[in-house]
Design a protein around this ligand. Sequence first.
Ligand code: UDP
Length: 314
Amino acid sequence: MARVVVAGGAGFLGSHLVERLLDRGDQVVVLDNLVTGDVANIEGCFGRDGFTFHRVDVSDFVHVAGDVDAIMHLASPASPADFASIPIQILKVGSLGTHRLLGLAKDKGARFFLASTSEVYGDPQVHPQPESYWGHVNPIGPRGCYDEAKRFAEAMTMAYHRTHDVDIRIVRIFNTYGPRMRPEDGRVVTNFVVQALRGEELTVYGDGSQTRSFCYVDDEVEGFLRLLDSDVSGPVNIGNPGEFTVLQLAELVAEMVPTAAGIRFEPLPTDDPAQRRPDISLATDLLGWAPTVDLRDGLGRTIDWFRARLSRSG
Ligand code: UDP
């Protein structure tokens, strides 16, 4: 049993992680400012043994009383829509928030786990992307706030590791989907599923030939725990190597949700990566991890959840 601080624990990925930690008997302290997180995501955790929640902004100040074994930093808005609306908060939580949480890890002698991203590879010129690839990022484009914040966060994490001997883990997360994504978060899976359920057209940006690799949330969280519990510092890619064009995804959603009203093409956003697929050799070799949920299965579970969610909210 361990005592784990999860920054961003009320978010999409964070809340699934928190449940898994509680299930295995860990104590969990959630820190979240609820900018993109939602207490509804963790409503089932209140009252469970060992669970506490604090509404705080880790970019401002972090204090946790008592012993801590691990600090997991999943706090960040992560949708391109957020990059446009709250870029300064994203830069702050990736930089100041990471610095504060690393300070806490140093103080407590705790392991520090950083949720980094495939966005550190930018619009990649190497395909698929191994961890050894340094990336192709536009620092001043609309995605720069997120990409550079996460690159800074990796650099700061390595600096604390080298300078202060903090025990660290870095995961690079590829596109992940599943229940508890925000219906209006603007990302492709949520947009298509919500549009289809509402009987609207699916908005494909550009010609839809750009690719992504979609990992179901349960697989992603299993990868986090394998990395956390291992002696591997990383960075390690955790993502599903199944690669699909955005148009293929739209066609699959339209097939699975027959109320979809066809496809509408819209302009491609600036700096939208043309292709993305993780090389997961390291995760497989070092952690024995590979995804188990294929896209059709995971989409089915996600569609069911959104159908129930939308019927509740009207
Ligand atoms: N996309 C799309 N329609 C949408 C939302 C997104 O065609 O309604 C495209 C977007 O241009 C990108 C891909 O889907 O090529 C994945 O976008 P998302 O925002 O989910 O995440 P990203 O991987 O770009 O960070």
